[in-house]
Design a protein around this ligand. Structure first.
Ligand code: GCW
Length: 691
């Protein structure tokens, strides 16, 4: 008997040890864990022992999620109340569809506890099924974060109506700028469904994402072929269960016969029968109308199209002497009868437009204000260049009052160290959202603009370029999961509290221990600023290699992306230079124009500055600049030590994997520094430049 007991305990011990070691990060922030605090554990169990869920279209998903959470957090089963609605006589949770809450919008909800018939009841109310789904994740989040439910009183509604992830996944499997394996979409097996799709949908729903663009903006026309559409429809059936719509990136030349596709687009070909993709051609219009109807017949809640046109070699209306508006409206009209939207990217930088690349998107698009149909949204990258570690806000935000505009942020770390560096992007996005555009006078922040507070008639939407792949932990780096999480939470509400988001992520992903919380926050918070100082000091511009956007290549970028001589460094975009500053509203244009009032972190984006320029710190630019270049090395070292201090608090596998990443990051930081330091001290000092 004793032996059996011992063997049993040994097996349990081994299972626990293996599961502790085996935490692969697959569960992300939905990593439900046993609640350590006995009084909270029994409180949660108490509520979960009497749950009444009204009929709604997500009832199955809500039930399953509550059960999954209960099994781990409280280690109990959810018990469902048999009483009819509102008649509950013991502690419990009641889900109510409540039309009075319509003012919270289609996805808003309320969670509040109250004494009801003498019992403590948690009411989850929404005027919509969607709200009940989102509220469930909020409720579970509270449990994961060790918060009491007894006095809970939350009212929420999303500030962007459309909250998207954009996948840059190719049909061939690889992901453009993806650093976490290959695509999640198994095109060979689809329409067969994999469990991973459900987990992907759950993760997104838990942070409020309600749409995904499935494929790369460098779009392969084959995505619109019927065989692919059938596969996509199967995927849509899974995602719909979590309130997620599918959108597709489409290639403007899709209607063309492959044999007539011009040489420059040969890479793609077309999938149609036409000799042209001219948006004014009747055959082209009909092709898109028919194709769109075919999609909606298969996927009735299809979201719409995303288009990259006349950019980096992609076909577009300008190839036929037509404007962006002509191209966008033609597609928007095909989508209109089905309430679909057309997202048209403003990421263009044709050299003929202006010698200063930063000026090009604004120059091409702002003059088209008012010319786009009402279901067209321009998708605008946060900065004027290209997802650099730091750029000023793209001046198109606020400058097109008669056009729908949405921001495109990048979650995947294309220019921010791929999945080798731990860089937490929330502070970068905060910088973006807080910027005051002054488009309607003071207080016209990007957050207000983006959420439709400034132009309320506009569609409010936001997109983040996804950092997911088929790596077991989804994002390549366990800490890159934080960027996916933070993006979703900001898309839901760009004014939410940064500290709260960060703490939630840490508690949900790792554990609620005080040491874990403070140490991980200390690790994450300075990472973006440090990265900027080392790789894009004072918003200088691109410093990495053109090949991979990772390795350092200061010398190749010098005097192409930015200027440097032995006397000065930067970009002259003031009124004495390219005049880019004039694209901003007053007083931003004058603030950026004057070297003394230009925000220091943006100094080299706007000005060519003498190396001996006195900075606010009292040091010269040269001194500060060189110090900054070292910053990633110092932070990497410090973060290695901080992480090591958590050895006892973190499960073994994830601990080791993060340790290995941090070591790699240190090596990469050293290499970057050496390249920059060598270039600036040995070359720039004697560099003649062109002055
Ligand atoms: O920065 C560039 C990237 C391309 C990307 C492009 C874009 C999808 O290097 O890989 O293409 O931006 O945003 O269209």
């Amino acid at each position: 008997m004793g032996d059996i007991k011992r063997t049993g305990s040994l097996i349990i011990f081994m299972m626990l040890a293996v599961s502790a070691w085996c935490d692969s990060g697959y569960k992300l922030w939905l990593n439900y864990k046993h609640e350590e605090n006995p009084s909270l554990k029994s409180q949660y169990a108490f509520y979960l022992s009497n749950v009444e869920i009204c009929l709604n279209k997500f009832k199955k998903e809500i039930t399953e999620e509550l059960e999954r959470a209960a099994a781990k957090i409280t280690e109990t089963e959810v018990i469902y109340s048999k009483k009819p609605s509102g008649k509950m006589s013991e502690n419990g949770i009641i889900y109510v569809l409540d039309k009075e809450l319509r003012f919270l919008g289609k996805e808003g909800y309320k969670i509040h506890s109250s004494i009801h018939n003498g019992s403590r009841v948690l009411f989850i109310r929404s005027s919509s099924d969607e709200g009940l789904l989102y509220a469930t994740y909020e409720l579970i989040r509270h449990m994961q974060c060790n918060e009491s439910l007894d006095k809970i009183d939350i009212t929420e509604s999303p500030r962007h109506t459309i909250r998207l992830l954009n996948h840059w996944d190719n049909l061939t499997g690889e992901i453009e700028r993806g650093y976490a394996g290959t695509t999640l979409w198994n095109w060979t097996k689809l329409p067969q469904i994999e469990e991973r799709y459900v987990d992907y949908a759950r993760a997104n729903a838990s942070i409020g994402i309600n749409g995904i663009v499935l494929n790369n903006v460098n779009a392969d026309p084959r995505i619109l072929r019927r065989d692919y559409l059938i596969k996509i429809a199967a995927l849509a059936n899974v995602l719909r269960r979590y309130n997620i719509k599918i959108y597709l990136s489409v290639n403007f030349a899709s209607p063309m016969k492959p044999s007539v596709t011009p040489e420059k687009w040969k890479k793609w070909g077309g999938i149609g029968e036409l000799d042209t993709a001219d948006p004014m051609d009747k055959g082209v219009t009909k092709w898109w109308t028919d194709k769109t109807a075919e999609i909606y017949a298969l996927i009735p809640d299809f979201g719409g199209y995303l288009v990259k046109a006349n950019s980096e070699g992609m076909p577009g209306p300008q190839d036929y002497g037509r404007s962006h508006a002509d191209g966008a409206n033609m597609l928007a009209r095909a989508l209109k009868p089905f309430n679909g939207i057309l997202m048209w990217r403003t990421f263009v930088y044709n050299t003929d437009t202006d010698p200063d690349r930063a000026k090009r998107p604004y120059k091409e698009f702002v003059e088209l204000d008012g010319k786009f149909d009402d279901n067209v949204i321009l998708q605008v990258k946060n900065g004027p260049l290209d997802f650099q570690p730091l750029e000023p806000v793209q001046p198109i935000f606020g400058a097109m009052p008669h056009t729908n505009i949405m921001a495109e942020l990048q979650i995947t770390q294309e220019y921010l160290g791929h999945s080798t560096y731990l860089v937490y992007l929330l502070p970068m996005w905060r910088h973006f959202f807080n910027f005051d555009t002054y488009c309607r006078g003071e207080g016209s922040s990007v957050a207000k603009f983006s959420t439709g507070e400034i132009y309320p008639s506009k569609i409010s939407a936001i997109a983040g370029v996804a950092n997911t792949g088929n790596d077991e932990n989804w994002c390549g780096h366990h800490f890159a999961q934080a960027n996916w999480f933070a993006f979703g939470r900001l898309a839901w509400n760009p004014d939410c509290d940064d500290n709260a988001i960060t703490e939630q992520w840490i508690k949900m992903t790792w554990n609620c221990g005080a040491q874990t919380l403070t140490t991980i926050k200390d690790i994450m918070m300075p990472t973006w600023e440090s990265f900027v100082k080392s790789q894009t000091p004072y918003a200088l511009g691109i410093t990495c290699s053109a090949k991979d956007h990772f390795a350092p290549d200061f010398s190749k970028r010098a005097n192409k992306s930015w200027k440097v001589t032995s006397k000065a460094i930067g970009n002259e975009r003031s009124s004495h230079g390219s005049g880019y500053v004039s694209q901003y509203f007053k007083p931003n244009c004058t603030m950026f124009d004057n070297i003394e009032t230009c925000p220091v972190e943006m100094l080299l984006f706007f000005h060519l500055v003498d190396w001996n320029y006195k900075m606010k710190s009292g040091k010269t630019l040269r001194e500060e600049f060189f110090e900054g270049l070292r910053s990633n090395i110092e932070l990497s070292r410090c973060n290695i030590a901080l992480w090591q201090s958590l050895k006892e608090q973190i499960d073994e596998r994830r601990f080791d994997e993060v340790s290995a990443k941090l070591e790699k990051q240190l090596e990469a930081s050293q290499e970057y520094y050496d390249n920059g330091n060598r270039f600036f001290s040995e070359i720039a000092d004697i560099y003649p430049g062109d002055e």
